[in-house]
Structures are given as C-alpha cells and as structure tokens.
Design a protein around this ligand. Structure first.
Ligand SMILES: Nc1ncnc2c1ncn2[C@@H]1O[C@H](COP(=O)(O)OP(=O)(O)OP(=O)(O)O)[C@@H](O)[C@H]1O
Ligand SMILES: [Mg+2]
Length: 577
C-alpha cells in the first residue's frame, strides 16, 4: 500500500508539511483555552474582591478561538487538496491502463468491476489520503499536547485517567480485524450489484419486450439484498467499535470525578485545575471515538488499493496510440497465415493457413460458429495470434509494434459500434469538417463508397446530425455503412470486414461491392460473409468448418467441387431467381 501511495503523494509533500504545521498551531491554541479558563476560575474570586474583572483572560479566549478557526480551516484545505489531486491522477491512470489491456482481460472482468474501480475504489483512496491523514496527525497532536499539560497539572492523576487507554487499543485491535473482513465483502457485493445494474440497463428494451421483467427483478432483488446484508454487518461492527470506545473513554471521566474529586476536597487540586483536566479529557473524546471510523476508512482504502493494484499488475501489452493523420497513404500489405490455431476453453481455429497478395482479396465463408469472427479478431490484433503464425509483409505480427500494425489495419466488426456523436465524428473522429476542405472531400468520398452519402444528406443536420445512443437513430443497415465508411476513412493497407453487408438489400450490397472491387479501395481485403454473391468477387475464398479449413480456392474452382460452398451458391441463386 505504501509504495503505491508514495508514487502519487511524493510531489505533494509540502501540502502535508503545511497542513502539519497548521495542525500543530491549531492544537497548541486549543490547549491554551483550558489554561485561560483555569486562570479565570482560580483568580476570579480574588479579582472580584478587588472589583477587577479578568477582561484580558476573556479577550484571550475569544482571540484564541478566532485564531483556531483560521488555522484549522487552512489545515483542512492543505490536507484535502492532495486527496483530490491523487483521485484525479489515479482515475486517469486506471482508465488509460484498462484501455490498453488485451481482450483476455475483458473476458475475465466485467464493466461493472471497472466502474467500481473507477468510482468507488478511487473515492475510498481519496478519503483515506485526506481524512485518515488529518485524523492521524490531529489525534497524535491532541494526545501529545494534552498529556503534557495534564502531566504539568498532576502526573498521578494523569496516569490514573489514562488507565482505560490500553482497553481502547485492545478493543480496536479485535474489532478492526472483523471490520476488515466485512469491508472487503461489502465492496465485493457492491461490485456485483453495479455489474448487474449495468448489464440490465444496457438490455432494457429487450427486457421489456421479452417478458423477462420478473426474472430480472428477482435477480436484482437478490443481489441488492445480499449487498444490504453485508453492508449492514459491516455497519454493526463499526457501531460496536464506536460504542465500546465511547464507553471506555467515559470511564476516564468517571475516574477523574472520583479521584480528582477527592483531591479537590483535600485541596491538593484547585477547581481551575480540575476544570482544565476535564477539558483536556473532552478534547480526547472525538479523536478517540472517531478511531473506529478512521480504521474503517483505512481498511476500505487498503482494500481498494489492493483491487487497483491487481488491475495495474496486468502489464499493458502494447502502445495504444494510433496515427490520426487521415491523408497518409498506406500501401496494401502481403498477408500470410501459417498453421494458425486458437483456443478459448476449447480450440476454435485449427491449423488454418492461407496467403493474400498485396491488393488482393480473400473471402471467408462458413456456417455459423465456424470461427470466422475469431479469425477476424486474431487478424485485427484483438485476440493475440500465437507466435509465428501471422505474417505481414514477410514479418511476424509479434515483431510489429502495436502502433505500426494498427496504422496498417482497418476493421469493421460484425456487431457495429457507434458513439452517440455526430455522423462526421463517428466516421472521422474529428469534431467538424467545416474548416478543412481536404477532410470534407475525403469524408464525402468514403460515404459515397459505403453508399450512405445520400441518406446522410437527408438527415436533419446532414453530417452534423447526432445519431443517438449507439446510433439508435439509424437503421441497422445505415449503422453498418457508417461503420464501413469509418474503416475506409482511416488510412489502411489491410481491410477486414466481418459480415458487414448482412443487413443490406441486394441493390445496395452490389453498389458497395462494385465500389470496393472497382478500384475505390486498393487495400488487401478480408471479407467475411454468408453471401456467395459477395464472395464470388474475391480473388480467393476460404471455407471454414468448425475452425478447420474445409476448402479453399477461387470462386470458379470451388464451384467445381462438391461441398458446402457449391450447395450454398446454388441455393442462394435459386432464391434470387
Ligand atoms: N469469447 C469467447 N469465449 C469462448 N468461446 C468463444 C468466444 N468467442 C467465440 N467463441 C466460440 O468460438 C467459436 C467460433 O465463433 P465465431 O464467433 O468465430 O463464429 P462465426 O463463424 O463468426 O459465426 P457467425 O457466422 O454466427 O458470426 C464458437 O463456437 C464460439 O462459441
Ligand atoms: Mg461471426
């Protein structure tokens, strides 16, 4: 925990030093007030006899209180600032780290977990940095100053009044172990609840029409209930700790009244000294009672740091920045795949081999679940290719830097994803094209190649129209074509399209296919599709079945062989005619 915090807090050391000095001054002033009260009580009777009211002592108390107010506020500002700054920095680091992690990480960790780390855990660390340090310093100073003054008044009485302290420490030790266990448990349950809420909210429209409301409600109630139970258990332990400490602290006052009272009657202690002693004991009350809360924050923060460290342990595999210069020219690549096998729990690609020359196209065909998307994900670098299986321009992909590789590649996944921004932003990742003629020209060109240009112009604000959450204002086919335009806009030497034209009517489909194969895109192309009409345009076709390469060849050669491809071609032709 300490090395983790040190790397963020090191540069704020002067804030802590300033806060510490302010706290010394605050506590010093606080301690002086009981001394002034003692003066008033012990000397007031003599002063009233001589008709002199202790104005100076009263004025002193007022000035001390004002001074305390000022330095106390300063100490808070100085102590809480690093917490806020560190919160911002840790959140930024987690975000960029998570964004750079491989797909395997996202299979094991849900979005809910990420949300918990970004919001809840980072907040816990802020509380730990600000409040825990403040209370730690404050308690230390209050104890030191008041013990010193009690010692000055009567060391015997001080030792007796201090006698409950070992019990407080024992109670804190026993209960804090329990508290730590329940804090971890309740944080886990909160993470589960967040995960489930995000999952259900993202499928709200499906839940409404599928009649699964009751099922979803039951699951949600169960997880919500478990979180409530674990949180309440944690609160119960915290409350027990709070009251135990409170009771034991009150014992100190009891001892003061019994022993100090006797000393008063024997006149070995003045009334002023007795009152000052009682004030010092009261000064301990809040720091001692809040020990339970501080320990809770400390443990919560420790658990959060552990969780964040677990994520940060996952080394980011690759540099994630990709060149944004849209007007760069990229040459078509030579792609070779040799004996590629890939597994999740089971093997889903088995010894697949093929080669595509620069500027040529490969069609990938296969029944559903045959491994087409997994192959596309491996080629796009989303799933890590086993070593020495995928080669670009004669060099294995593991030798390429992520940046170099991503600058060569454009990928349109099977399930389109769009940002809730304008059409222009979704295609170009630029705010607007108005000031940049070159950008405007390229944007309109790719929209035309993707056959979406005319439909964009009919939208309320054309290219500036905001397309709603995940592109909700567009049809499925329009979303696919905006995604295709985005891939074409980015400079690329390898274009991978995973079933991108599946939602289109045959006329739009053939327009796009004509554009892609008619010289508008000179990149090397991998086109995954169930439609033989599209695949027939490719230079070479690969037929996959249960992850194996069943057959490969040109459209003509595959039609000469008995098999899945020929059967599907015949069937789809019959449907069209
Ligand atoms: N993340 C994953 N974890 C485990 N198994 C997976 C994962 N993704 C895909 N698979 C498995 O890999 C196999 C191939 O899936 P893939 O998505 O590549 O099929 P596909 O050929 O693209 O099918 P479709 O035509 O329906 O898109 C399937 O058996 C699938 O269950
Ligand atoms: Mg697929």
């Amino acid at each position: 925990m300490i090395p983790f915090l040190k790397q963020y807090l090191r540069k704020y050391w002067y804030f802590f030093l300033g806060a510490f000095l302010c706290l010394i001054l605050t506590n010093y002033l606080t301690i002086l007030i009981p001394l002034k009260i003692q003066t008033i009580i012990d000397y007031y009777p003599k002063a009233s006899e001589s008709h002199i009211f202790p104005h100076r002592a009263l004025l002193g108390i007022i000035l001390l209180a004002l001074g305390m107010l000022l330095v106390r506020s300063f100490s808070r500002v100085l102590m809480f600032y690093p917490g806020r700054a560190v919160e911002h920095e840790i959140r930024k680091d987690i975000y960029s780290h998570i964004m750079s992690l491989p797909q395997s990480f996202f299979r094991k960790n849900s979005v809910g977990d990420m949300m918990c780390h970004m919001v809840e855990d980072v907040n816990n660390i802020r509380l730990m940095v600000g409040l825990v340090s403040l209370h730690f310093f404050n308690t230390f100073l209050i104890y030191t100053f008041s013990l010193y003054h009690m010692f000055q008044i009567d060391r015997y009485l001080m030792l007796i009044v201090m006698s409950p302290v070992p019990f407080i420490l024992l109670c804190v030790r026993v209960l804090s172990k329990k508290l730590s266990r329940y804090t971890g448990k309740s944080q886990e349950e909160l993470s589960r609840l967040t995960k489930c809420t995000i999952d259900f909210l993202s499928k709200v429209s499906f839940i409404k029409v599928s009649g699964s409301q009751n099922f979803v409600q039951t699951v949600f109630d169960e997880i919500n209930g478990t979180y409530e139970t674990s949180y309440l258990k944690m609160c119960r332990i915290r409350a027990q700790m709070f009251s135990f400490i409170g009771i034991i602290n009150t014992l100190g006052h009891l001892v003061l009244f019994v022993v100090g009272g006797k000393m008063l009657t024997k006149e070995t202690l003045s009334i002023g000294e007795f009152v000052a002693f009682s004030f010092y004991l009261n000064l301990w009350a809040w720091p001692t009672a809040s020990l339970a809360w501080i320990i809770h924050l400390l443990q919560q923060g420790r658990a959060s740091i552990k969780r964040i460290q677990n994520i940060m342990k996952n080394e980011p595999p690759l540099e994630i920045k990709v060149s944004s210069s849209f007007d760069k020219k990229t040459l078509p690549v030579h792609l070779e795949v040799k004996d590629l096998s890939f597994s999740f729990e089971k093997e889903v690609l088995k010894n697949v081999s093929f080669s595509v020359l620069p500027g040529k196209s490969l069609g990938v065909f296969g029944v559903t679940g045959s491994g087409k998307t997994v192959l596309a994900n491996v080629l796009a670098g989303i799933e890590k290719a086993p070593e020495e299986t995928v080669m670009i321009n004669g060099s294995f992909v593991e030798k390429w830097s992520h940046k170099e590789y991503q600058n060569l590649l454009s990928y349109v996944p099977q399930s389109t994803f769009l940002f809730s921004q304008s059409v222009c932003q979704n295609i170009t990742f630029e705010k607007s094209f108005k000031e940049n003629k070159l950008l405007e020209k390229k944007l309109k060109k790719v929209a035309q190649v993707a056959s979406i240009d005319k439909e964009i112009e009919t939208l309320a604000k054309g290219y500036d129209t905001i397309i709603g959450v995940k592109g909700a204002k567009l049809s499925g086919g329009q979303r696919q074509r905006v995604s295709l335009a985005r891939a074409l806009f980015k400079p690329h030497g390898l274009l991978v399209l995973d079933d991108v034209l599946s939602s289109l009517d045959s006329e739009t489909e053939s327009m796009i296919v004509d554009n892609l194969f008619g010289g508008e895109c000179d990149a090397t192309k991998i086109i995954i599709s169930h439609r033989t009409s599209i695949l027939s345009k490719c230079d070479h076709i690969l037929v996959l079945d249960e992850g194996r390469c069943l057959a490969q060849g040109t459209h003509k050669s595959l039609l000469l062989e008995e098999g899945l491809y020929r059967e599907t071609w015949k069937y789809q032709r019959a449907l069209l005619s």
